[in-house]
Design a protein around this ligand. Structure first.
Ligand SMILES: C[S@@+](CC[C@H](N)C(=O)[O-])C[C@H]1O[C@@H](n2cnc3c(N)ncnc32)[C@H](O)[C@@H]1O
Length: 255
């Protein structure tokens, strides 16, 4: 078995068996409005037309599958894991947007779609699970010229997140690798035109409030305030960019 097949097998097995353990953590971290500053600009940049096909790569539990479907897109959500796809399907059904959504179990490094199938591609927390070169080739193949894609990825140097990851290795797969700013930027640059922004420096501290009973209101206020501070600092002090938790690339594929 090649090295890459072994990685894909481990990723699949972990997500089928253990991903459910992450659900409470993912709710804490990602439930709205915590990631609005990343997800909303990404979806706006994609500019999908009503009824247009959108590829959601590594959809996981479908947090954004239903957001995209709610905007009238025909979403094709792919994931390696059948269990994750089932959770995504359940979420979409519960939110009443099942029409126009398809779920495909597939490896993002070997996509089962013809050349140029998609003008719009969305991904969050997926590229750091993949081999950048293999994924680039596949994405470049299935994307139409002048197509748009966005990827929001965790990065490798936020001190608090770095510490948390060290103490909770069982909450993630052994092969995923949070990305560096430069690595994410280089990935986007290969397609042509791109914009990159970084997010969340002090604001992750606010999650402590979300853990308190009735702490949601305080969390929202503190998180919004700290994000304002983060944006101020990240714009003015370039050396802090590498310490941000998430990077977002929004790219257009040159013909
Ligand atoms: C961290 S989760 C992110 C899920 C979702 N995009 C979100 O933001 O909530 C990563 C997902 O990528 C999937 N995945 C990992 N490797 C993959 C691969 N090679 N092809 C397709 N999906 C993969 C996993 O099964 C998992 O559901």
């Amino acid at each position: 078995m090649s090295d890459r097949s072994a990685v894909i097998k481990r990723e699949l097995e972990w997500h089928e068996r253990d991903a459910h353990r992450r659900v409470p953590l993912d709710e804490l971290i990602y439930d709205p409005p915590a990631f609005d500053s990343v997800v909303k600009p990404a979806i706006a940049y994609l500019g999908a037309r009503p009824g247009e096909r959108v590829l959601d790569i590594g959809c996981g539990e479908g947090k954004e599958t239903y957001e995209l479907a709610a905007r009238g897109s025909c979403v094709v959500s792919i994931d390696l894991s059948y269990q994750q796809l089932s959770r995504a399907q359940q979420r979409v059904l519960e939110n009443g947007y099942h029409a126009g959504v398809s779920f495909v179990q597939a490896n993002a490094e070997a996509l089962p779609f013809a050349r140029g199938t998609f003008r719009i591609v969305y991904g969050k927390a997926i590229v750091h699970h993949l081999d950048g070169d293999l994924f680039y080739e596949e994405l470049d193949r299935v994307m139409a010229d002048e197509g748009r894609a966005t990827f929001a990825e965790p990065m490798d140097r936020h001190p608090l997140v770095w510490l948390f990851r060290r103490f909770t290795p069982r909450l993630r797969t052994e092969d995923e690798h949070p990305m560096g700013v430069v690595e994410l930027e280089q990935f986007a640059r290969r397609f042509g035109t791109y914009e990159m922004s970084v997010h969340f420096l002090l604001s992750p501290l606010a999650y402590v409030l979300r853990l308190l009973p009735r702490g949601e209101g305080m969390f929202r206020k503190a998180h919004a305030f700290m994000q304002g501070v983060d944006n101020f600092l990240l714009k003015r002090v370039s050396m802090l960019r590498g310490l941000a938790w998430y990077g977002l690339v929004m790219l257009r594929k040159d013909p």
